[in-house]
Design a protein. Sequence first.
Lengths: 527, 184
Amino acid sequence: MSAVTPDQLHDDHHHHGPTGLMRWITTTNHKDIGTMYLIFSFIMFLSGGVMALTIRAELFQPGMQVVQPEFFNQLTTMHGLVMVFGAIMPAFVGFANWMLPLMIGASDMAFARMNNWSFWLLPVAAILLIGSFFVPGGATAAGWTLYAPLSVQMGMGMDLTIFAVHIMGISSIMGAINIVVTILNMRAPGMTMMKMPLFCWTWLITAYLLIAVMPVLAGAVTMILTDRHFGTAFFNAAGGGDPVLYQHVFWFFGHPEVYIMILPAFGIVSQIIPTFARKPLFGYASMVYATASIAILSFVVWAHHMFTTGMPAATQLFFMYATMLIAVPTGVKVFNWVATMWRGSMTFETPMLWATGFIFVFTMGGFTGLICAIAPIDIQVQDTYYVVAHFHYVLVAGSLFALFAGAYYWLPKWTGHMYSETIGKLHFWCSIIFFNITFFPMHFLGLAGMPRRIPDYALQFADFNALASIGAFGFGLSQLIFIVAVVKCVRGGKKAPASPWEGAEGLEWTVPSPAPHHTFETPPVVK
Amino acid sequence: MSSRADDNRRLLLRLGVAALAMFGFGYAMVPFYEAICQVTGLRNILQPDVVENTQVDPTRQLTIELDANTHDLAWRFRPTQNTIDVHPGQMVEITYEVTNTRNVPVTGQAVPSYGPQIAGDYFKKLNCFCFEKQTLAAGETRIMPVLFVVDPKLPGDVNTITLSYTFFEVAGTQARQADEGGRG
């Protein structure tokens, strides 16, 4: 493992190295790697989106029209896996790579070569995952949670998925270790922990979560693999195992994973709102403690995903109250964002629109989460479209909207050009309107009892499903606007100054735009 | 500055060990889960139930339907009678007959299930062949008893209970693989 220290970087002359494709394959520069992460995650976002639209096309009207039920099951499974492990998580790692060193005044990530490795494992995993569609029996159709006993019985697509999860897990763990070491050891002189931008704090805590739970997921899928091929019986009832055990192991990973996907989003929004409200973040310290509380609580709530597995009432009550407790630190965060806006001199450029939209729609997802936390209600809505609505409100309107907010916020720093406000705003308004058209009716569908992951439905669900499908295609097409915005911004546009935002603070705005290949080779001094 | 590289490497090592430990923790959840289940009495289908009240309710009659299945196991398994009428609180013995049709000794474990599911909570077994593994010699036939009481607190809308047993081969995979050629 090679640690790149600033000494070594001095010997590394600008753009002296391989060119063309080899430059990207061999690069150890955090900005190059960040860019590759972002492009990769966007490609995966589009492929996961195509799967989602195929699902919505099938659900446009009752009966079977577009796909076979078996393939439908593969689509719901792969849509989840691709979006979680291929799109959202790598996108946040991309932001971390690009922005963390710039924010803390480091010249690069702590382990630049390991960084290259963590990225290049991802395309391999993606090929295994997407390629599993083309093996006999097709991709795994056990749901993204890969529940036993279905996952123990699937065809070889399941094995490819298991290996893909292993590889993505290794990539995430390496990325997380890199981030922890960078934040703890590479800060510029004077950059104390409590002076760090909140995005660094949320990523530090997320990285610890990743190190703690990705290995547990790796363990869970390894148990499935050995159950499938090596005669063990962890989850195989016929051999004395228990499928419910899988759910415990999986959700011990799965619930912290939810926060892995949202905490960096909190960080991005906490950077953007003070900038456009032209006020410092309200309650910085409480934000840090709230983030840490959410992370710690995430380890003791996993069984709220399993209220219907026949737990004793006392256990249900524990997990129910522990889950509701998480609303407290989350509420602190939302309060602080709103308090930051309070009496600020706000302007609504595209990043601020996305961040404000995030608060509005994410909070709705938070409330439905609270409703799902109540055990007796959860037993009613378990595995219905209500749950689908809930987690898309927090994952799309939460994580994805924050990613877009961050992308528009830092695009001038990345490309050196201002993006087009008109296109950015169009992207936002189309997205938020179509998002709600897609997912809001799903609450009603779920409450009326429509089960998730089923390719056909009873006639009374037809109207809301048609509406949701129209919204989904609108939302999908709206994302093409983002491509236009980014391509236009990369090609040209108004020259961006070092600090394009009037109210922006932080070290990343002290370097020129676009950020030069090497920055902070001499650490800045933070007063 | 090289001290920073050393610091970084030390932290990398520590975090790497933490990740490995968490991989182990995933596996540690398996015995932990089994211990919890044992302590709290969840999943304890292998123990006799305790029956406090044996007051027979002669005004109510229930039909018990008996069912037998095997899962990937070459045993002939059937109840000696298909249905039996009982009163709640009445102690009843029924028997099942099982034959090992293979030419090697095989060990199996029966797992009961109930229809409707809620009846399981009121179906108290005092003795059952399902409490332990059964090893049958090649070609052996065995008559096995189940002694049970249906709790009189059984909800009034349940008039028929289906008791269904499924025999699984214990540690089956290896034995099955060894035998696979013979069975095609």
